[in-house]
Design a binder for this molecule. Structure first.
Ligand SMILES: NC(=O)c1ccc[n+]([C@@H]2O[C@H](COP(=O)([O-])OP(=O)(O)OC[C@H]3O[C@@H](n4cnc5c(N)ncnc54)[C@H](OP(=O)(O)O)[C@@H]3O)[C@@H](O)[C@H]2O)c1
Length: 298
């Protein structure tokens, strides 16, 4: 642990802490002395993360919950309140992916699932901690969206739509809580090397990611920590996706052009988003999709 931990005795809940960005964020807050509450559906995986986190700090708890169940989210927060009496930071991170075109036969099913988990899961968690944070007169909620929560990518519409919904929810919540002492931030990472696309076939990954070198999850976790420390309202990681967002704010056609350029290796190298490596599937599904994937899995 650092000599002066920045979150000593602060109660921090991290959803989706069994893997990827959530796991690294949990380790980062544990290193900073936080009472770290790890949640996701898989207790076994959470226990392994907890073992790692306890090397920095013994104040780690595992409380499994499926964020798509409002009752399980309420039970998670109640258990934390019962033991610690407060929640200082909620990292609203749990989520899953779906790819495929809007004409895909899976699209409606995918979008329903993503709204249940990625979107409503975050709404349930925020609603569960807010009464307590209001009583405390302070608190910090970090909502994980994505770069595609600002500009949608083709072949990634269900996920992009859910991420836009999170951005809007987070933006409105921040303004509704003005003057309460409760801060809200939205974090928009670009492609990050995690288990996010685990089980997908290579050709199911949107073409916009073909020449994108993914961010390490630890870098995203560190930015999340800094977002809370510096009370920022929005964090886009890294800086280059601002080009897409800026282009899109000027004209939809310009935004679309920048998204098309993401498939160009020379462009990606020139803006520093392609550094020679690309997203690695840890457990790829056997390739069984057509050349033009109109119907990919969630
Ligand atoms: N990787 C990227 O490129 C990227 C980019 C931008 C934003 N994001 C966002 O970052 C967040 C974390 O993703 P990641 O990349 O770290 O993916 P990941 O490695 O697949 O981790 C996802 C986490 O969410 C948990 N989870 C999934 N469904 C859940 C549910 N119904 N209830 C509770 N927990 C659930 C998983 O744990 P269990 O399976 O144990 O439940 C896991 O801990 C997501 O919100 C994602 O949208 C990711």
């Amino acid at each position: 642990m650092n000599s002066k931990p920045k979150f000593a005795n602060r109660v921090v809940i991290i959803t989706g802490a069994s893997s990827g960005i959530g796991k690294e964020t949990a380790l980062t807050f544990a290193r900073e002395g936080a009472i770290t509450i790890l949640s996701s559906r898989s207790k076994d995986k959470l226990d392994l993360v907890a073992d790692e986190a306890r090397k920095f700090n013994p104040n780690v708890r595992v409380i499994p919950a499926d964020v798509s169940s409002q009752a399980q989210v309420q039970a998670l927060v109640s258990a934390v309140v019962e033991e610690f009496g407060r929640v200082d930071v909620l990292i609203n991170n749990a989520g899953s992916a779906a790819t495929g075109n809007i004409e895909s036969s899976n699209f409606v099913k995918d979008i329903r699932e993503l709204f249940e988990i990625d979107y409503l899961g975050k709404v349930y968690c925020a609603q569960a901690v807010l009464p307590l944070m209001r009583q405390q007169g302070n608190g910090f909620i970090v909502n994980l969206s994505s770069v595609v929560g600002r500009k949608a990518f083709p072949g990634f519409a269900a996920y992009s739509t859910a991420m836009h919904a999170i951005s809007a929810f987070s933006d409105a919540l921040r303004q509704e809580l003005e003057g309460t002492g409760i801060q809200v931030a939205t974090v928009h990472p670009a492609l990050t090397q995690t288990n996010f696309f685990e089980g997908f076939a290579q050709e199911e990954i949107p073409a916009s990611f073909r020449y994108m070198t993914p961010l390490p999850a630890a870098i995203v976790a560190n930015k999340i920590l800094k977002t809370v420390l510096n009370k920022k309202a929005r964090c886009i990681i890294p800086w280059q996706p601002r080009l897409v967002i800026l282009g899109d704010s000027l004209s939809a056609n310009l935004g679309d052009l920048v998204v098309r350029l993401l498939k160009n290796r020379i462009f990606m190298r020139s803006i520093g988003m392609y550094k020679g490596s690309t997203y690695q599937l840890s457990n790829p599904q056997k390739s069984n999709v057509s050349e033009n994937p109109a119907s990919n899995r969630s």
